[in-house]
Write a protein that binds this ligand. Structure first.
Ligand SMILES: Cc1cc2nc3c(=O)[nH]c(=O)nc-3n(C[C@H](O)[C@H](O)[C@H](O)COP(=O)(O)OP(=O)(O)OC[C@H]3O[C@@H](n4cnc5c(N)ncnc54)[C@H](O)[C@@H]3O)c2cc1C
Length: 446
């Protein structure tokens, strides 16, 4: 073995915290990152407070919330530019409250139609099974479909340019008790911060580093798209779902000319990359369904279509310790992937962002008043992260379980079971099953 080169990377104020070596073993070239703490008082001036891995809804909101509260933050996104998966999403009251905290809600509200309730139909005969007006549940309920690109642009445009770093693919996180954690990028460089937050989605590298299990496949796939009606449409401003035999289709207007829709269907998990095949599959799945639904799919440009496997992971109380270790934690789908049956994944990701920023801002303000060793500082930070994780566990377990059960009911297969479900639906489904969890207000919590 020979050392072909030895590179000392002194980042952010020159603290000697990492050494990177290129080691040649039997002629093969490897790049190895060695991480250690050199002294009890690592130089913390210049080190970022927070590194966020991933610039999706969770990452962009977390970056913005931290920046608003005066923390020194950087967001590392692997894509070369804004990455959008899924054309739109439903944003409920809790999401709007988080967006208000982030000061981007008003601009988005102006663009998207408010929805007044739910309707469920039987796909076979287009009979209305259940109809719920939000006002009968609570006057504060707010649900709007929002274009994902516009949501992400609103969040990222509110960030100073040097905070969001594209082309920054994190491959590994290094953490060690009593040291600041480090993110290792694909090009081998190491970035250090007092806290690393993995907002890198369902296949999160950071979640794996913390030892979290992979999300569990729920048994169904989701296709999403946006239909164009430049001349306007006749759809009501409600979230409508038509339920069939292991297949259901939901739709709601986004604005005066666009309708968002989703199709959820029982299927083994697989990938179809060609969007025109996804469109064919969608049309096949709703063959013989009301013409209005077929028309919606037909009017959707293939670029608006996406297809994803639906999975979740429940946050059990006994797994809490895993979710924050040595200054590393997770948020959004990296922390709590949920099935989309309550349309809460993105909304609760924004809640995570606001809560975590407020908790860390309080913790860092307290730390400023004291001169502590890195070890002592990291203990305080981990204590703060423990508070964040505990609050999210209490909130998210119920949502994940409820969403999963609702999915099981709606995805029932077999003519007999589907008719029993349709007959029972108006008696067993209560409006508050969908609405109560969406009234959460993260702004007042710390
Ligand atoms: C069919 C369907 C319908 C849905 N409908 C709704 C809805 O109506 N309402 C709602 O609130 N939610 C909905 N959701 C859930 C919502 O889409 C997700 O919860 C939300 O997008 C999660 O955001 P995120 O930022 O955590 O993850 P992602 O959106 O997956 O973003 C992760 C980001 O991290 C980046 N990244 C990944 N790995 C790395 C790495 N190693 N280094 C650097 N960057 C990395 C990715 O490029 C990406 O930009 C739905 C989900 C599905 C599948």
């Amino acid at each position: 073995m020979s050392c072909s080169s030895l590179v000392f990377r002194l980042r952010d104020g020159g603290s000697l915290s990492s050494v990177q070596t290129h080691v040649s073993v039997l002629g093969l070239r490897h790049r190895t990152a060695l991480v250690f703490c050199t002294s009890a008082f690592q130089e913390s001036a210049g080190i970022d407070d927070v590194l966020v891995v991933g610039g999706g809804i969770a990452g962009a909101s977390t970056g913005l919330a931290m920046h608003k509260l005066g923390l020194k933050v950087r967001v590392l996104e692997q894509s070369p530019s804004l990455r959008i998966s899924g054309a739109a999403l439903g944003v409920w009251t809790n999401g709007w409250r988080a967006l208000e905290f982030l000061e981007v809600a008003d601009n988005l509200r102006e663009k998207f139609t408010p929805l007044s309730g739910f309707e469920f139909y039987s796909a076979k005969d287009d009979k209305c099974l259940l109809n719920i007006d939000f006002k009968t549940v609570n006057n504060h309920v707010e649900l709007r479909g929002v274009d994902r690109r516009m949501l992400l642009e609103s969040l990222t445009n509110a960030l100073p340019a040097d905070i969001l770093l594209y082309d920054s693919h994190v491959v590994k996180v290094h953490r060690k008790r009593g040291c600041y954690p480090q993110a290792e990028l694909k090009d081998g460089s190491l970035l250090q911060a007092k806290v690393i937050v993995g907002c890198d989605g369902i296949g999160s590298v950071v979640a794996k580093n913390l030892g979290l299990k992979e999300a569990h496949y729920a048994g169904y796939m989701g296709i999403r798209g946006v239909a164009m009606f430049p001349e306007g449409y006749t759809l009501k401003s409600v979230l409508s779902q038509s339920i069939g035999n292991g297949v259901r289709m939901g739709r709601f207007p986004l604005d005066s000319s666009r309708v968002y829709w989703f199709l959820v269907f029982n299927h083994p998990p697989d990938k179809v990359r060609d969007p025109s095949l996804v469109k064919e599959e969608a049309l096949r799945l709703i063959q013989g369904w009301p013409e209005q639904l077929v028309e919606i799919v037909k009017r959707s440009p293939v670029e608006s279509l996406s297809r994803a496997a639906i999975s979740d992971r429940w946050m059990w109380p006994w797994s809490l310790w895993k979710l924050h270790q040595c200054g590393v934690t997770v948020a959004g789908d990296a922390m709590h992937p949920v099935t989309p049956n309550l349309a809460q994944g993105g909304c609760t990701a924004m809640e995570d962002a606001v809560l975590l920023a407020r908790i860390l801002s309080n913790a860092f303000n307290k730390l400023k008043e004291r001169r502590l060793s890195v070890n002592e500082e990291m203990e305080q930070i981990d204590h703060a992260l423990g508070g964040y994780v505990a609050q999210r566990q209490k909130r998210m377990l119920g949502i994940a379980v409820k969403a999963n059960l609702i999915g099981k009911v709606f995805q029932t297969e077999g003519d007999f079971f589907a008719s029993v479900r349709n007959a029972l639906l108006p008696r067993v489904i209560r409006a508050d099953a969908f609405v109560t969890s969406t009234l959460y207000d993260v702004r007042g919590l710390v």
